[in-house]
Design a protein around this ligand. Structure first.
Ligand code: GLU
Length: 634
């Protein structure tokens, strides 16, 4: 116990002694250690349609690929999108914290060091498996639309949709953040360590400063509207030159330190009521672009929810995903269920063969047709989930998979139930852009937490308050309300949660023990990233790390998307010759996970982002060094 407690305190001592320059100092590529000794505070300061409008915008683009080696552990494991968040979460685990404790500490760190992707101004979904009871709990911390808000902000005066980023930026796209209420609920259920100390590492880091990573810098260089939105503009950019602070610049965030201190002491209530809530409401209502209607009542009324677990038997495994308002769980499960019932067996197809890509792609195409039509917040809309995942429906629907020729128009949704009076009649048209973060923690008892967390687009609404960015999650509602006189399931409605694609996933083996825990960012591509990774591990016998690294392919009921990777050029050409519409995008997934083999935890970390897995063998109490490695290795 002494050794455990010692780890966190030594991390705090050794890792947060960073000497910091004033906001905006330019440190270029210098090694972090070389900066020690520099005095701190007295340094000088240095579209017409949403889908076409988002073409070409990649707020969380692929910045670079890192080299990744799987980490093996026996005691605990933490995987997160930023090495420092992973180290902080692992230190909590080393100290005897639960998986949920570690997720909270790592998430709070991400709010500071990966501000473009997630944070306390956003929401998320969390699955927790308790090793002692064998129980699974699904937590919903999705944002809600303000009671007095309206979806009209996506429209121009001439009745056309606004260009996507114009609708994103400002107060009207901000949903009531759900993350802290959800983390509080999960902590009540599964916390081991007290709430307050989970915030301490990040409070110190926010006060002392952290160096900007290559990924954050790359995204800042190409972040529409961010520079003009105060106070975010002067936090992220050099106010004199307008340039993004370079890699290695030490950013201090005393506002966030103050907010986190209040939440550490006062619990989530200190966010949802009181002075911080007033600041949030004022920032949204007085935003320089698109003022929004978020109110103190909306914040005070927000509640996170436990949702029914959503699981499907796939071969000999139980696969569990997130229920609505996320479409992530049901769509991943449908893809797997359709593949299992297809008369072509993907296990017989060579990995990344034309057959393999076709079987997966056609299953995903059908699942997406159902998702686009039926999935929405079940507190507002009746979703035929049970029917969509019933063996009879999956068998019937799998028979309609067509491998003889490439479909030229989108497939239609199936008919899982006869009662469709309440259902919309068209594809949902909400655009989702890739940002977001996925974290997984396994604690010393073997309990597992897997969470996807998001402020939606990279840098969210750009409205910054209390040192953190607010989400733009309301753009995940359908941009149209009705079509052909019928209401769209995922239309904007006050107090409703917008449909998500986030897909935190847990796979259990025939013995009922965890086999895989994973998830990813990536907008609506999340679903394909997660389903392909699960399939590649279970059916193609790949390690999790390899399944993550291999090129992605997917089909969102349109073109066959095959990740830009030279070794797939031949396959892409073959599929083109078969009549498929092929697209070759860069795919900035951020798959993070753990596989469970023979009592060991083996990590999977996506080389497309900056993440790290930390187990007992590579826990580093020296955060300066962790930062230095991040900054110099890219
Ligand atoms: N807003 C998206 C969702 O909730 C996630 C955003 C992303 O991954 O880019 O599904």
């Amino acid at each position: 116990m002494t050794a455990r407690s010692g780890t966190l305190s030594s991390l705090l001592r050794a890792g947060f002694g960073l000497i910091v320059l004033g906001g905006g100092s330019m440190l270029g590529g210098l090694a972090l250690q070389a900066l020690l000794g520099v005095p701190g505070d007295d340094m000088p300061n240095q579209a017409p349609s949403p889908n076409s409008a988002i073409e070409g915008i990649a707020p969380e683009a692929l910045i670079s690929r890192s080299e990744t080696k799987a980490v093996t552990a026996q005691d605990y494991m933490m995987v997160a999108a930023h090495p420092v968040a992973a180290q902080i979460g692992a230190a909590i685990l080393d100290d005897g914290g639960s998986a949920v404790d570690a997720i909270i500490a790592a998430q709070i760190a991400l709010t500071l060091v990966e501000p473009q992707s997630s944070g306390i101004g956003g929401g998320g979904f969390l699955l927790v498996w308790d090793a002692e009871t064998g129980g699974l709990t699904s937590y919903d911390g999705r944002e809600t639309a303000p009671a007095l808000g309206s979806g009209d902000y996506v429209m121009q005066q001439d009745g056309a949709f606004r260009p996507f980023m114009e609708a994103v930026t400002g107060g009207a796209s901000v949903g009531v953040p759900g993350l802290l209420r959800m983390l509080e609920l999960a902590h009540q259920d599964h916390g081991t360590l007290p709430w307050g100390p989970l915030f301490t590492p990040t409070i110190q880091l926010a006060e002392n400063g952290f160096p900007i990573s290559p990924r954050l810098n790359g995204l800042l260089q190409n972040a529409p509207y961010l520079k003009d939105m105060e106070p975010a503009g002067s936090y992220f950019y050099d106010t004199a030159t307008g340039a993004a602070h370079p890699v290695g610049t030490i950013l201090r965030n005393p506002d966030l330190a103050r907010s986190l201190q209040a939440i550490a002491t006062g619990g989530a209530d200190a966010f949802y009521t009181g002075p911080l809530a007033e600041e949030i409401v004022s920032a949204v209502q007085n935003a320089s672009r698109n003022p929004g209607a978020l109110s103190l009542t909306d914040l005070a009324n927000y509640s996170a929810k436990r949702r029914d677990n959503l699981c499907l038997t796939y071969r000999v495994y139980q696969v569990c995903g997130m229920a609505p308002p996320s479409s992530g769980g049901s769509t991943v499960l449908q893809i797997l269920g359709l593949m299992e019932n297809s008369d072509r067996d993907i296990r017989q197809a060579e990995p990344h063969s034309t057959d393999g890509i076709q079987i997966f792609g056609e299953a995903m195409r059908l699942a997406f047709a159902d998702r686009d039509r039926f999935l929405a917040d079940t507190d507002f809309v009746s979703v035929p989930l049970k029917e969509m995942l019933s063996p009879a429906y999956l068998v019937r629907r799998a028979r309609t998979m067509d491998f003889s020729h490439a479909p030229k128009v989108p497939r239609e949704a199936g008919n899982p139930t006869n009662d469709q009076a309440f259902l919309p009649d068209i594809l949902d048209d909400s655009p989702e852009l890739p940002s977001t973060s996925h974290l997984v923690a396994v604690d010393r008892t073997g309990s597992v937490a897997t969470m996807t967390s998001s402020i939606e687009t990279g840098f969210g609404s750009r409205v910054m308050v209390g040192g953190f960015l607010l989400n733009n999650q309301l753009t995940d509602f359908a941009w149209s309300d009705v079509k052909g006189g019928l209401p769209i399931a995922n239309r904007y409605e006050p107090n409703k949660r917008p449909r998500s694609s986030m897909a935190p996933t847990l796979v259990f083996g025939p013995d009922g023990q965890p086999r895989l825990a994973l998830g990813s960012p990536g907008g609506s591509r999340i679903i394909g990233y997660v389903a392909k990774t699960v399939m590649a591990v279970l059916d193609w016998d790949m390690s999790l790390q390899r399944a993550i690294e291999t090129p992605h392919f997917q089909n969102r009921n349109g073109a066959m998307e095959i990740e830009e990777a030279p070794n797939l050029d031949g396959i892409a050409a073959t599929l083109t010759a078969r009549g498929y519409d092929i697209q070759r995008p860069a795919m900035a997934s951020g798959l993070h996970g753990v596989e469970f083999i023979g009592g060991q935890y083996i990590s999977g970390v996506d080389p497309r982002r900056e993440g790290l897995a930390v187990g007992e063998a590579n826990l580093s109490p020296n955060l300066d060094q962790v930062f230095e490695t991040l900054i110099t290795k890219h």
